[in-house]
Design a binder for this molecule. Structure first.
Ligand code: GDP
Ligand code: MG
Length: 294
């Protein structure tokens, strides 16, 4: 292999032949012009025998000499290379401003609640439509709470007064037929039944002992607000939405900007069978926020 020199002078040594090459004679302007002799790293790459993607075919074939179109191809390739490098740098700078947070923790530890709170703080909260559409979910939370309290009383061996049994039977019959849908009114017949069941002290005791039996955290909040929730003009308020409990299926994401950073927060299903849906989110994650039950 012949001499290789990197220089901005007009005369260059052909990298593969030992003959000097006059770049100006080949229509290549000298330094200071926009079309300069090829930068040193072109020759370096040839010398090192690598990065041949930047070279015109003639450079790899010693029998051919360099012509203007070869250098023009080199220049094009270098331009493309520079553009790609600039784009990579831009993407990198952009990525540095993206903060990816993954919320992890057991079911009902508050992951989805954190997401709702972020929506309130950073994304203008809930619209009237958002609030109204939570009605069926809130009603379902109340029905499920009552069933859990009744089951809990049985599991804990609590004796319930005989006069409550009729209400319990009525409610269980109703719940057996109940199907979750877009129910926008709390059933009038169930309102006094639910009220009487929750008014019972033994039932309230089940809620206190919910570390031993499963009762949703939101039970007390909704049952204490039953009069407001069962009123005809009921529209959920923000705290109702915060307390509402819906099992997360799959992954939900919220994005917001704070200062010049873009936050992307991922809320995932806590159940084991949901985990394969979010395991890939660990790629490039900035932080993991763990939620715990206390
Ligand atoms: N005690 C209490 N419970 C809350 C509060 N906010 C939300 N919760 C309840 O905490 C539970 C958290 O559920 P969720 O956020 O869906 O948990 P995830 O499964 O980790 O997404 C729900 O039952 C909510 O009703 C609060 O301020 N106090
Ligand atoms: Mg959730």
């Amino acid at each position: 292999m012949g001499n290789c020199e990197s220089s901005t002078h007009d005369k260059q040594i052909h990298p593969l032949k030992d003959e000097p090459v006059n770049l100006q004679n080949r229509g290549i302007p000298s330094s200071g012009d926009s079309l300069q002799s090829p930068p040193p790293h072109v020759f370096d790459s040839i010398k090192g025998g690598q990065a041949f993607s930047l070279e015109p075919a003639s450079l790899t074939n010693p029998s051919e000499t360099i012509n203007t179109s070869d250098w023009s191809n080199v220049k094009d390739a270098l331009n493309r290379n520079r553009q790609i490098e600039e784009q990579i740098m831009k993407d990198h700078r952009k990525l540095e401003k993206v903060i990816k947070l993954l919320l992890l923790g057991p079911a009902e530890s508050g992951k989805s609640t954190i997401l709702k709170q972020i929506k309130i703080i950073h994304l203008h909260g809930f619209s009237m439509a958002d609030l109204a559409e939570k009605k069926p979910l809130i009603f379902r939370n109340i029905y499920e709470s009552i069933i859990q309290l009744i089951k809990g009383a049985h599991s804990l061996g609590f004796e319930l007064p005989a006069n409550l049994q009729a209400d319990i039977d009525t409610f269980c019959l109703f719940f057996n037929d109940y199907q979750f849908g877009d129910q926008m009114e709390f059933p009038k017949t169930m309102y006094p039944v639910v009220k009487r069941i929750w008014a019972n002290e033994r039932i309230k005791e089940v809620y206190v002992q919910r570390s031993d039996v499963y009762v949703m955290d939101c039970a007390k909040y909704f049952l204490e607000n039953i009069d407001r929730i069962c009123s005809e003009s009921y529209i959920p308020i923000t705290s109702d939405v915060l307390y509402s409990r819906q099992q997360t299926v799959g992954v939900s994401e919220i994005r917001y900007n704070y200062k010049d950073l873009e936050f992307r927060i991922f809320d995932v299903g806590g159940q084991k069978n949901q985990r394969r849906k979010w395991i890939h989110l660990f790629d490039n994650v900035t932080s993991i926020v763990s939620a715990f039950l206390f």
